[in-house]
Design a protein around this ligand. Sequence first.
Ligand SMILES: [Zn+2]
Ligand SMILES: [Zn+2]
Length: 334
Amino acid sequence: MKAAQISKAGGDFEIVEREIPTPGAGHVRIKVLACGVCHSDVVTKEGIWPGIQYPRVPGHEVAGIIDEVGPEVSAWKKGQRVGVGWHGGQDNTCPECRRGDFRNCRNLKISGISYDGGYQQYKLAPVEALAAITEGLSDVEAAPLLCAGITTYNSLRHSGAMPGDLVAVQGIGGLGHLGIQFANRFGYKTVAIGHGTETGVLARKLGAHVYIDSAAANAAEELQKLGGAKVILATAPSSKAMSELIKGLGPNGKLMVVGAGPGPIEVAPIQLILGSKSIQGWASGTAADSEDTLRFAELSGVRPVIETYPLEKAAEAYARMMSGKAEFRVVLSM
Ligand SMILES: [Zn+2]
Ligand SMILES: [Zn+2]
């Protein structure tokens, strides 16, 4: 089989021939049909995550078919369509797991970091990582929903915002274009915050009721004119932009951080104290949350906008994603 691997931290993608792996206990083998290229793959490519063993195949937005089942697997069968997202397995023994908070497992395994991911024709995965893919979604549609999709869906549904509340989505890219769609389908008054007038046309098409062009207006002031945001889903990796947006929160408002920019978010204590405001980060979700995401997307018509590349062009696909010019998610199609 073919795999696109990174053989050392900071190394380039290499297309190599590998033996098709055999699943061990509690694992299945997936014939990969699509894998999203996520900005977080940078941690594997550049060796930012501690303890990565190379060579490593990146990829945590995997969609495919179970093609072999290992010993001690009862709930999954050959031929089933499945996906693997960021949550690649938990230890079931840490304090968080013992409380059922698997998402925050202290020894979380991540596909493409802890073990080989989806930039290859076949991959192994533990059963805790498997999400069933609903019939109405194609493989290339399902793949980005397993990281960009679940991150925006799961953070918004746990944000405390209720139908009718003012919810802003900052950044209209890989995460944001899904965040706008989910916010609209959840019944929020959805505000998109982007750069330039052209982006506004697109944001409205995705479901934004209001568009704020941050190049032409102060986004926080515009949000205050609308009553202040209950939630601002911050997706664009700019800590400076996030800091400035805190002034756009209404009473009990929350800045929900899902975009990982470098540098600190700055806030004066009084900004949080007056109006009981908060800043919260959110990471992905479990395989069960992935299934919720896929089911909701199928039901409500939320779909990622994608550009596809063949596996052999993994390097080109990755470069396209890193350029920030992709509209909006890059997906490898096998
Ligand atoms: Zn990701
Ligand atoms: Zn754990």
